[in-house]
Ligand binder design. Structure first.
Ligand code: PMP
Length: 297
């Protein structure tokens, strides 16, 4: 599914078949989850393949490596260039791109002084599909923001996402929504959440969440389109009185919620701000969104 005979990945300065790299069994990424990664998308636009917000994603990857003390000397510009080259070698324009920084062999708990960079890409549809999602409140909480860097994409953090997704799917739901340690709505296992109430959007403030690049794109689009939006903490009870809700993420893009536990969101998805934003987001990534003229001051 992720690769075939012709696939090529980038690995430490070389372009190889995915079966070729030899990552040792003693990597800290394997044992302790001490690695950083990204999830990026490229889109086939009228001007050719365009990696959406490539610089922002690679800045986040570098930030993650830095806070984890992982040696990583690539510049954002180099990483973007390598990624375009990789897409070309794989003949891909619409693609999901997965850079992964893998730490070296070191069984101590001090970050290894070696690292490897692999970048993989493959064709991948909208991660959560196109239908409205049946979501459950997870019994797992997002990690205490003082226990790790919640805004860095560290491989080990994703155990929390795996547990909550398993729980949701094993109990007949599509996805999980997690609270933070203070009982505020935080995010989905791999996406951010927005709710609509009386014509206005709300999304959890930064602090306990991964502040997604899609989330920030949606906030920018709202500003430009004059859609009222506020970042604030709110509880599940408040979300269960919302008119509509949606998730945002690079892999998921913008996807609507049908229900949260027993609560059915009452607004028709196609009438909602989420639905409008789903289309505006698609236009944005395809470089087709018509900018509103800014008002003369
Ligand atoms: N929250 C979590 C936990 C995630 O893993 C992701 C995906 N990176 C997001 C939110 C959305 O982030 P982005 O929009 O940057 O993909």
């Amino acid at each position: 599914m992720y690769f075939n005979e012709q696939s090529i990945i980038y690995h430490n300065g070389h372009y190889l078949h995915p079966n070729e790299p030899n990552i040792g069994l003693y990597s800290q990424t394997l044992h302790y989850g001490n690695g950083v990664f990204e999830g990026i998308r490229a889109y086939k636009t009228k001007q050719g393949a365009k990696i959406f917000k490539a610089e922002d994603h690679y800045r986040r990857l570098k930030y993650g490596a830095e806070v984890m003390g992982i040696p990583f000397n690539f510049s954002v510009e180099e990483l973007v260039e390598i990624t375009y080259e990789l897409l070309e070698k794989n003949n891909l324009e619409d693609a999901y791109i997965r850079p992964l920084v893998i730490t070296g062999a070191d069984m101590s708990l001090k970050t290894s002084s070696e690292s490897n960079l692999t970048i993989q890409c493959w064709e991948w549809g909208k991660y959560m599909g196109d239908r409205l999602l049946k979501v459950r409140t997870s019994s797992f909480e997002r990690p205490n923001p003082k226990s790790c860097f919640v805004d860095a994409k560290v491989t080990g953090h994703y155990i929390n996402s795996v547990l909550s997704t398993n729980e949701a799917k094993n109990s007949g739901y599509d996805e999980a929504l997690l609270l933070d340690m203070y009982g505020n709505v935080a995010e989905c296992s791999g996406a951010n959440v927005f709710m609509e109430k009386d014509g206005k959007l709300y999304t959890p403030k930064k602090g306990s969440i991964m502040p997604g690049i899609t989330r920030s794109t949606i906030l920018d689009i709202c500003k430009e389109e004059g859609i009222p939006v506020e970042e604030k903490h709110f509880k599940m009870d408040e979300l269960k009185q919302a008119d509509s809700a949606f998730f945002t993420g690079t892999a998921a893009e913008v996807v609507g919620l049908q229900s949260l536990d027993e609560y059915q969101f009452p607004m028709e998805w196609i009438q909602s701000l989420g639905h409008r934003l789903m289309h505006l987001y698609k236009q944005e990534v395809l470089c087709e969104r018509k900018r509103k003229l800014s008002k003369a001051v």
